[in-house]
Design a protein around this ligand. Sequence first.
Ligand code: CP3
Length: 341
Amino acid sequence: MNDIFLKACKGEKTRPVPVWIMRQAGRYLPDYQKVRGTVDFLTLCKTPELAAEVTLQPVNVLGVDAAILFSDILIPLEPMGIQLAFSEGKGPILTPAIRTAEQIKNLKGITPEQDVPFVLETIRILRKELAFKCPLIGFGGAPFTLATYLIEGGSSRNFLNTKRMMFQTPELFHELMSRLTDVTIAYLSAQIQAGAQVIQLFDTWGGILSTTDYENLVLPYVRRTLDALSGLVTPTIYFVYDGSHLLHLLKDINANVIGLDWRTDISQAVASLGSAKSIQGNLDPCALLLPEQQLRERVKAILKAGQAARSHIFNLGHGILPEIPWEKAKMLVDMVHELSS
Ligand code: CP3
């Protein structure tokens, strides 16, 4: 089995440097489009044979060093009592938006084996299929990122409703965060039990907060989640999008790897984080639009900066865009392997 990704997660420098791509199973891949042409996104997530099939596509087509479970961070919100829909072009819609004490009180806890059996079954299928290939990453949304979707009822521009709850009724916000932390711990522990070999915690919207608000209102729940998982000895990756101002706070959290978006300078990240954390990232997803030679220079620069870290996992700084030709993604994976061998 190709274990360079697992080794790098545990802090070992590897040759070559492992590479995978956030959102690597998705609309830019013709094979994915074919499957998506027959079922909607949620059905795809809930049909283990199909979810496993699209998870394997980038492993086979691109030659990445890790597979990531095909699912979505919003999946565990449904059994909490929320209606979830993905509308073409508008992103996710959650009904009702959660804003009152009564609504928060009525949110249900989850029992993963009963409430999201399809996720666990997908993981079990994938571990069999991947046995001689590469490791499987499980994932979930961090409590704050999930809270923004619940409170806003979907995606948002300025997160006004979220910040209103944080600033005007902090006790409600804490109650919601506490419940989401319980759900996230149960959900990710079940994924590990089913066979996920690494867990990535996505805190996509953590970076919208000031350092102080993040530290006081969000970080305690990130800590509680990661502390609970650390007992299960599976390596963890914590990814905050646009989080360069928060890195100094992450120095001693219970994650093996910190994921960086493309605005964060890797050398500065290493200076903030010290030698106890590995780094994942951080090519601008739009850099895949560059001509080959310029892309190569950027990849080289990232690999060079990554050498200062305890270990480095190459990735984009955020998800790959549907507009990118898959051949360019394959070129990137080959380039990383070649340049770091
Ligand atoms: O990385 C992978 O290949 C694994 C699969 C994965 C998906 N979503 C599949 C998906 C992962 C890890 C996610 C995480 C996710 N989902 C995040 C955190 C990561 C990030 O992007 O910061 C967030 C915020 C979501 C919520 C979400 N899901 C949104 C906002 C959208 C709509 C935007 C879009 O691209 O259409 C989704 C839908 C979604 N999740 C798609 C995929 C492949 C597109 C669905 C389709 O039309 O096929």
